[in-house]
Design a protein around this ligand. Structure first.
Ligand code: PEP
Ligand code: MN
Length: 572
């Protein structure tokens, strides 16, 4: 794969910063999302990324003072600028009337740009948070039907939200200018360049006039003047000046030499090409190379990639009546239950066992992808109904397998997590369909799938808008016949190196042997897995599927005791 430089941006995928970044770099960088402007600067300073992108001014709300202050404090240079139109949309889980919305989340800058619209709302709480796209992500993740987000149209698509109102900005010509920051200044001597500097002036009458007169005398066009307070000397200021020309131009050098004589502080932030929409800025060469996986046009690294997203994906299962369960991000989650839903008694007795052990997520297949067409195929919708009943009776979240794109809509209301089985890992129509679902997906590794194929199957789901994917190693086919499959535990740390998605292990299908479930779960925990999915049956000898690889009540109790004990030891 071609080496792609990285650019830190503030906000989640679908933020205006990302839109601006795509406009500026096109396909030639990888975006690294950060929560704050300070973190963007730190990422560049610490060489985590090659560039950073920060908004510096907006036509409606003016200068972004945090960016100005960061430019003073850091030693980074400005190497480019990009201007992008900003249109705000009101996004919600479903198309609801405006008076049905109790709360609106967005970035404070976006909220200020939509002040007329917000003032027109009654009984609606306005909640500023770190990012526009982040607010859309929050609503989608939490399936919050009472709130809405102000974000971009792109965010609606990414987070699978409905557009309730559009073009909320106070003026249709809303635009934001962003700057590109980097450790070293832009070396290219662009003809249509702009230079940015910071200076202070002596505390004398006419000092600012004299400083600016220099530019007038040289016929240099000033494009922006901003002042920020000198934090330690009350009522003194730093002046930020943008003007046309490049520091390598003789005239600019002379003007700056004169400015230096008149001020006690002069910092040159950099010279960079003036942004114009009709002009493509060519800076980086890595674009459009063929990727190792055969896809062309490297717009980004894949969505699953750790380098694409700086933070680990954490999936939260919610229900108004249940305590939420977090998957990923440092927790070890156990999912347990029978291979198939066989009937009320079997499911309820097993669910009681699971609930009593403290486990919060129940598995159970209603649609079974069996190797033989004569084997038990599952109870279908009847099985789903039983799962829902067990969910309500025992307060457990439900994982169940979907084997056909046609069943997705049927299954969704009954489950909290959709399972895609090994045999369907490359059922691309199914993957695309569940990419449009607003529920997490447990994707199992195909029995002869490589790690790269496994990740690309996850990419299908992510690329179709569902970012809540859990990967599950469940054993692969090898020459070995002593176990049902060969559980590839090296996949756990390997996947962790490559992806931000949670990684689970299925030692039941991975080995086919009850006795190996506990040791392999211990190994998975130590290898860094985010959880396991195991088969448990109140009476495995009578199970209609996979009894040999299901724990019985006694071995399940031992399993839970030993795993809890190991977790405690690992923490201490
Ligand atoms: C299952 O979980 O019951 C199942 C069928 O698993 P896999 O797809 O891993 O074979
Ligand atoms: Mn099974």
């Amino acid at each position: 794969m071609a080496f792609l430089p990285k650019a830190a941006i503030q906000g989640e995928e679908g933020s205006f910063s990302e839109e601006a970044g795509v406009k500026y770099w096109g396909k030639s960088v990888v975006f690294v999302p950060k929560q704050s402007f300070e973190e963007v600067v730190k990422a560049v300073e610490s060489d985590e990324t090659n560039y950073g992108l920060l908004p510096i001014e907006n036509v409606l709300i003016g200068s972004i003072s945090t960016t100005y202050d960061l430019l003073l404090e850091s030693s980074l240079s400005i190497t480019g600028e990009v201007v992008t139109p900003v249109s705000h949309f009101l996004l919600a889980m479903e198309k609801v009337p405006l008076d049905g919305i109790k709360r609106i989340y967005s970035h404070p800058a976006a909220l200020s740009q939509c002040s007329s619209f917000l003032q027109s709302l009654k009984n609606c709480e306005i909640v500023p948070i770190y990012d526009t796209a982040g607010s859309a992500m929050k609503i989608s993740r939490e399936r919050d039907r009472e709130s809405a987000a102000i974000a971009s149209k792109l965010a609606a698509k990414i987070y699978n939200l409905e557009i309730v109102a559009e073009r909320l900005e106070d003026h249709p010509n809303n635009q934001t200018r962003f700057i590109v920051i980097s450790k070293s200044p832009e070396e290219t001597h662009y003809k249509n360049a702009k230079t940015s500097v910071i200076f202070t002036i002596l505390h004398q009458p006419g000092a600012l006039f004299k400083a600016l007169k220099i530019f007038n005398d040289y016929g240099i066009n000033l494009t922006k003047l901003e002042s920020r307070p000198h934090r330690t000397e009350p009522w003194r200021y730093y002046f930020y000046l943008d003007f046309e020309g490049h520091v390598k131009d003789k005239m600019i050098r002379e003007a700056l030499d004169e400015l230096k004589d008149q001020s006690n502080f002069l910092k040159i932030l950099g010279s960079y090409p003036i942004w114009s929409d009709s002009r493509k800025v060519e800076h980086l060469e890595a674009a459009n190379e063929e990727k190792a996986d055969g896809s062309s046009g490297v717009s980004h690294l894949p969505l699953y990639s750790r380098d694409r997203k700086g933070t680990q994906t954490v999936i939260t299962l919610h229900d108004p009546g249940l305590e939420a369960v977090k998957i990923g991000g440092g927790t070890f989650t156990i999912i347990a239950g029978p291979c198939s839903v066989e009937g009320r008694k079997q499911l309820f007795k097993t669910a009681a066992l699971v609930r009593d052990s403290g486990v919060r997520i129940l598995r159970g297949g209603a649609f079974k992808p069996r190797t033989s067409p004569y084997a038990f195929q599952g109870l279908g919708e009847e099985g789903l109904k039983l799962l829902k009943e067990a969910r309500e009776t025992y307060g457990l979240f439900i994982v169940s397998e979907v084997i056909s794109p046609a069943d997705v809509d049927l299954i969704l209301p009954y489950v909290d997590v959709l399972q895609v089985g090994a045999r369907n890992m490359q059922n691309f129509t199914l993957l695309k369909e569940i990419g449009g679902a607003a529920k997490p997906v447990l994707l199992k590794r195909g029995m002869s799938a490589t790690i790269q194929e496994f990740l690309l199957s996850a990419e299908y789901i992510l690329a179709n808008g569902n970012e809540q994917v859990i990967l599950c190693e469940r054993g692969i086919r090898t020459f070995e016949t002593a176990t049902r499959n060969t559980l590839d535990l090296s996949a756990v740390p390997l996947l962790k190196e490559k992806t931000h998605l949670p990684v689970f292990v299925d030692p039941s299908h991975g080995t086919g042997k009850r006795s190996l479930i506990l040791p392999m779960t211990k190994a998975a925990l130590v290898a860094g897995a985010d959880g396991v999915i195991i088969e448990v049956h109140y009476q495995p000898d009578s199970a209609l599927s996979d009894g040999n690889q299901s724990l019985d009540p006694e071995s399940y109790r031992i399993f839970m005791r030993e795993i809890t004990e190991l977790q405690r030891k690992l923490r201490s």
